[in-house]
Write a protein that binds this ligand. Structure first.
Ligand code: HEC
Ligand code: HEC
Length: 289
């Protein structure tokens, strides 16, 4: 709607022609600095569309004249990191476990790699700090069921314990109660004897009776003196370190029903270099033999 140009007397500015009860709207021009900034951003946007990847197309996008791709940049960074690691991974692949622990550089690398592989694959059962819990052994101490040498640990990780691998570590303690090899009283007596081995207070008469049962039924795996046998995965019963609990009720339960803990085999699931690093890492946790 055309209207006569009218200049406001006070400000000297043109009005828009809108008027409410005598109040008129001024048509104040945009400030210069604002306009120039606005033009500059428009130019920037145009330039950006040309230079950088910007517009989506049906099945791709405008690549921009410099062809930048953040995905490619990530791939390059990863490839560089892998190339840097490859040097160590190759050396670890070639080296024996002993050679790895005797080489400061390789040892550091294997401990770091083994540590992160442990957090991903092992911590669910053994705990993040490898301290274990009931049924899952502590790997920090120098108490080993299947052996704490580099070789023994490596073999345990490769093939697992009571796993589905042909070469798994395997041994099964009979369920003395459930399979009626011993009656309730005999299970109680031999539990008393087992507890006496680690210095727990026990009923001496029951422990005495239990010691005869132990020699007959248990010594073949746990040893005459109860110190265990790593070749058979039979734990030391004299050290007061209990995988399944050291209360009388726990020990009775173990003897009556046996336990048969399971650890999966890792060969085939993890590559050989990772398994080597894990063996080195576990060995270095404090109890390595
Ligand atoms: C599903 C649970 C589970 C997972 C996962 C697991 N373990 Fe185990 N691990 C066990 C159990 C249970 C035992 C004890 C079995 C037994 O001898 O009765 C064991 C025993 C071990 C032992 C032998 C300890 C000894 O005293 O001789 C080592 C070493 C070990 N685990 C390392 C590992 C490593 C390394 C990983 C990861 C690659 C791992 N475990 C993952 C359950 C697990
Ligand atoms: C055939 C071998 C074998 C015989 C025989 C055997 N054990 Fe075991 N025992 C084992 C194994 C292997 C384990 C490890 C637990 C598991 O994962 O099954 C074990 C574990 C135990 C534990 C648990 C230790 C812990 O740290 O919690 C106790 C207690 C025990 N045995 C007592 C006995 C007693 C008592 C007898 C005899 C009445 C006996 N065992 C006979 C193999 C044997």
């Amino acid at each position: 709607m055309a209207h006569d140009k009218e200049i406001d007397q006070v400000s000297g500015t043109e009005t828009t022609g809108h008027e409410w009860d005598g109040i008129k709207e001024l048509n104040t021009p945009l400030p210069r600095w604002w306009l120039w900034t606005f033009y500059a951003t428009c130019l920037w946007a145009l330039a950006y569309w040309v230079v950088m990847p910007a517009w989506p197309l049906v099945s791709s996008y405008t690549k921009g004249v410099i062809g930048y791709s953040s995905r490619e940049q990530l791939a390059n960074t990863m490839a560089e990191a892998r190339a840097a690691q490859a040097v160590y991974l190759d050396r670890i692949e070639q080296a024996s476990l002993e050679e790895i622990v005797n080489d400061r550089e390789l040892l550091d690398f294997a401990q770091a790699g083994g540590g992160s592989a442990f957090a991903v694959n092992c911590s669910q059962c053994h705990g993040l700090g490898a301290a274990g819990s009931t049924g899952f052994p502590n790997l920090n101490d120098d108490n080993w069921i299947w052996g704490g040498t580099l070789e023994a640990i490596h073999q345990t990780i490769l093939y697992g314990i009571r796993s589905d691998h042909d070469e798994t570590r395997f041994n099964e303690m009979p369920a003395f109660g459930r399979d009626e090899i011993l009656d309730r009283e005999q299970v109680g007596d031999v539990a008393e004897y087992v507890l006496s081995l680690s210095g727990s207070e026990t009923d001496p008469a029951a422990a005495q009776r239990g010691s005869e049962i132990f020699a007959e039924q248990c010594a073949a795996c746990h040893g005459e003196d109860g110190t265990g046998n790593q070749d058979l995965g039979a734990p030391n019963l004299t050290d007061a370190i209990w995988l399944y609990g050291g209360d009388k009720a726990d020990v009775v339960q173990t003897i009556a029903n046996s336990r048969s803990g399971m650890m999966p085999a890792w060969t085939g699931r993890l590559d050989e270099t990772t398994i080597k690093q894990l063996a080195v890492y576990v060995h270095s946790l404090g109890g390595g033999e």
